[in-house]
Ligand binder design. Structure first.
Ligand code: ISJ
Length: 376
């Protein structure tokens, strides 16, 4: 048997050859990058990579090594592409981002829209971001808010995007893809739900409770104690309060904010019914302008990937390689394509950073339909 130290010596020799060859390969790839700048050809050539993987893996003598060679070359070629993206960025080849950097949001005289009615949590978020004296109006649905923006009837919309206990507001995610509106800010609001009914209502009388699905979800534990109550979703927590007032039935109650209960003349039957005492919702400020704040530190993007093993891993490698800190990932089914998903990723950075430009360039080439939702 060959002693371990001797085998290791041989391995060290092979590895130093591999390193030298790797560097030689990367030098050539850098040359390829320069030719691509001149020709305008894309960095990622999937067909060429597939051919290489097939040829090289066939050169290996058994199935185990064929798999190894495939994995190794997938990585090598991914590194080669990353180097080329860097070279493109260094040579000032500008990607398709086309966002305009601004120093601050133009809040003065802005027309603001939120979904729901007076007393909606979105209105509270809007007030805390733009101040109480702002010029705001409300629409019925999240889609209406997006359309209002797109039509130029409002400058900014304030929409909930995720809650600390119930998770993503999936409809808003989908609308960010559908509309050409962009996130320019965010604000987190503590959310405390009340059970509210007509004055004089006794909890025992209640048969039916209205709220936004998120309000019902966030109060699930309390509502579970009253299984005989029918839970009905409406478009907004404040709309629920308005409905209870309008229908004048003591068998009905709403899960809404203290303010919504007050302005719709309801009595608070039970305070703080949310499961989590730190319940909070993150709201986004959406604009119809493709702008970003020059000091912005967070980017939201979305992209689609083929339904293939390893495809998400390869896309996420662009964050790791460029040293970017990912703060959130969500997925949503793609309409009409069963079991295919669109991913939403938030990460730290500014569109002006070279690392961000490199990562975005790579993801744009290697995923489908990359959309930058905003830098804020
Ligand atoms: C180097 C190239 O760019 C990319 C990287 C490849 C590689 O490392 O072999 C192959 C194809 C391209 O996706 C090239 O186009 O040849």
């Amino acid at each position: 048997m060959i002693p371990l130290s001797e085998i290791r010596e041989q391995l060290d020799e092979i590895d130093s050859q591999i390193v030298r060859l790797y560097e030689k390969r990367m030098e050539l790839c850098a040359e390829v990058g320069l030719t691509k700048i001149a020709s305008g050809k894309k960095v990622y050539d999937k067909e060429r990579e597939m051919q290489k993987l097939a040829t090289l893996s066939q050169m290996a003598s058994n199935e185990f090594n064929q798999r190894g060679i495939t994995e190794l070359y997938e990585q090598l070629m991914a590194m080669s592409r990353k180097l080329q993206y860097q070279i493109l960025t260094e040579h000032g080849v500008i990607g398709k981002t086309a966002f305009i950097g601004i120093d601050s949001l133009d809040k003065k005289g802005a027309r603001l829209v939120f979904q729901g009615v007076e007393g909606a949590y979105s209105q509270a978020a809007l007030h805390s971001y733009f101040g109480e004296e702002c010029d705001s109006f409300h629409v019925q649905t999240f889609r209406d808010a997006m359309e209002t923006l797109e039509d130029g009837l409002a400058d900014y919309a304030v929409l909930p995007i995720e809650n600390s206990s119930a998770g993503a507001v999936s409809q808003v995610y989908d609308l960010l893809v559908e509309f050409e509106n962009h996130i320019v800010g965010e604000i987190v609001l503590p959310i405390r739900h009340m059970l509210a009914g007509l004055p004089g209502t006794k909890i025992e009388e209640i048969e039916c409770v209205y709220s936004h699905p998120q309000g019902l979800m966030q109060s699930a534990r309390f509502l579970d104690e009253h299984r005989n109550w029918q839970q009905i979703s409406v478009a907004n927590t404040a709309i629920a309060a308005q409905k209870v007032l309008k229908e004048q039935k003591k068998t009905q109650a709403a899960v809404c904010s203290e303010y919504a209960a007050k302005i719709h003349h309801l009595e608070i039957l039970k305070e703080g019914i949310n499961d989590n005492s730190n319940n909070s919702t993150r709201f986004i400020i959406v604009s119809n302008q493709k702008v970003y704040l020059k000091q912005a530190g967070k980017i939201s993007i979305c992209f689609e990937i083929p339904h293939e093993s390893g495809s998400l891993y390869h896309i996420l490698s662009h964050f790791i390689y460029n040293n970017l800190n990912m703060t959130k990932i969500e997925s949503r089914p793609i309409e009409g394509r069963t079991w295919e998903y669109r991913f939403f990723v938030d990460f730290e950075g500014n569109l002006n950073d070279a690392a961000v430009k490199n990562a975005i360039r790579g993801i744009r080439e290697e995923a489908r339909n990359l959309k930058i939702l905003g830098n804020y």
